[in-house]
Design a protein around this ligand. Structure first.
Ligand code: NAD
Length: 410
């Protein structure tokens, strides 16, 4: 199943609950604009490489479109289209005045020098600058991109349009970024994990956690949960999984990763097991925070966790999702679970437009407020309608986008 088909399955399940007719479904699912551009770049050795870049703008009925920019070898139009639609539902659930978009370039950034990465980014902006901007579509970091890429993006966009730091978020704090953006997604996952287990009548100290992925999202999630007294017993990255039955020393693992270019390779203060075994460990809470489609029909029977928080985008295949639902596993869906990042991106954009700076405490307080409000709405709807939190989150989001679309008129 292609990535967009998977998001459509979840959309359709919620649209069925709403009794939505086929014409409206089609209007809400079809992207407003899809751009594919050629990016010819001169490499450091003088050769020319031609890359492909995409920007899909899914919906703008609730505000300017918003979504990350991914540099990865597997990026294609279908994946970008799926992620753009997820952004529309995500911004609607947390009720920030944005629509959804996503972009990407099919390239492994690890194979490029810093200068090549900069040239690729600037060339991409040359091709799409007239369809993005502070009031139209605002990119942000995603897999394979970071604050430096966002800085180049802003600088190149401003060459065409003049001063406008709100044209992109996830910028360095020195360049109109906000404190707390980098931690925001992982912190949000932590805040929501806390809310969820309290609603389930459990205490953090009784919850054994496994986290897949130790990058931006995984590290900040681990840090937050460790500080909140959860017992993080397993973490993983591309080098495999690291397990300690009595709970890992997360500050120690973070220091190790920091000293080893972000990797856990060689981490000796835990038992090392193959990476995919992390997913099937006997834990209470499983947090996939790396790739999409990691829980599938093939491994779903072996999943033991009773609670899953989707920190990554699309980690559960729809067929596996049905099996988990039937088994009574509580799943907090990606469109709510990882919405902390876009929420703090929104704060950055607001501050850029107002030329006003918030401190870290205010950013964290407002993030907590936005996520807690969204969580309570999704939780209540799920309880009252006796549906999964995924169905309730999609239902809430689709209703908001549908209503905004009707109010504006077709
Ligand atoms: P990242 O590139 O910083 O980190 C990815 C991590 O996953 C790395 O530790 C990498 O080693 C690990 N990994 C890769 N393949 C793996 C495998 N097979 N098994 C175990 N670990 C593996 O990326 P990120 O920004 O942390 O994003 C992670 C996920 O969260 C993605 O799905 C992304 O779309 C989603 N997300 C990120 C943000 C954000 O603000 N960064 C916001 C919303 C959603």
């Amino acid at each position: 199943m292609q990535a967009f088909q998977a998001t459509q399955v979840y959309f359709d399940r919620a649209a069925d609950l709403l009794g939505m007719d086929e014409q409206i479904r089609c209007a809400l699912l079809t992207a407003k604009r899809e751009v594919r551009v050629q990016i010819p770049v001169e490499m450091d050795d003088g050769s020319i490489r031609t890359l492909l870049g995409y920007r899909v703008q899914h919906d703008n009925s609730r505000g300017p479109m918003k979504g990350g920019l991914r540099y990865h070898a597997d990026v294609d139009l279908d994946e970008v289209r799926a992620l753009a639609a997820l952004m529309t539902w995500k911004t609607a659930i947390v009720n920030i005045p944005y629509g959804g978009a996503k972009g990407g370039i099919t390239v492994n950034p690890g194979t490029l020098s810093s200068k090549e990465l900069e040239r690729v980014t600037r060339k991409f902006v040359d091709q799409i600058h007239d369809v993005i901007g502070p009031q139209v579509d605002i990119p942000a970091p995603d897999m394979g991109t970071n604050y430096r890429v966002m800085s180049w993006l802003r600088n190149q966009w401003e060459k065409y349009h003049g001063f406008g730091p709100a044209c992109v978020t996830g910028k360095p704090v020195e360049h109109y970024g906000v404190p707390g953006r980098e931690e925001a997604t992982g912190r949000g996952v932590g805040i929501l994990a806390f809310k969820l287990i309290r609603r389930l009548g459990k205490q953090p100290r009784d919850i054994r956690v496994a986290i897949q992925g130790f990058g931006n999202v995984g590290t900040h999630t681990a840090k937050f949960l460790h500080e909140a007294d959860f017992k993080v017993v397993a973490i993983s990255d591309v080098s495999g999984a690291y397990v300690r039955e009595n709970g890992l020393d997360i500050p120690d693992a973070l220091r190790f990763a920091l000293a080893h270019r972000g990797k856990l390779t060689g981490y000796a203060n835990a038992d090392h097991i193959p990476g995919d075994q992390l997913l099937t460990l006997d834990v209470d809470l499983l947090i996939p925070a790396a790739l999409g489609n990691v829980i599938t029909e093939q491994n779903v029977a072996a999943i033991q966790a009773e609670i899953i928080l989707e920190a990554a985008n699309g980690p559960i295949h729809p067929a596996a999702d049905l099996v988990l639902q039937e088994r009574g596993v509580t799943i907090l869906p990606d469109i709510l679970a990882n919405a902390g990042g876009v929420t703090v991106s929104y704060f950055e954009w607001v501050q850029n437009l107002q030329h006003y700076k918030w401190g870290l405490d205010r950013v964290r307080q407002e993030l907590d407020l936005v996520l807690s409000t969204a969580f309570e709405q999704v939780w209540q709807e799920a309880q009252e309608a006796r549906i999964s939190m995924r169905a309730s989150a999609y239902k809430l989001a689709i209703e908001r986008v549908h209503r905004a679309t009707l109010l504006a008129g077709f």
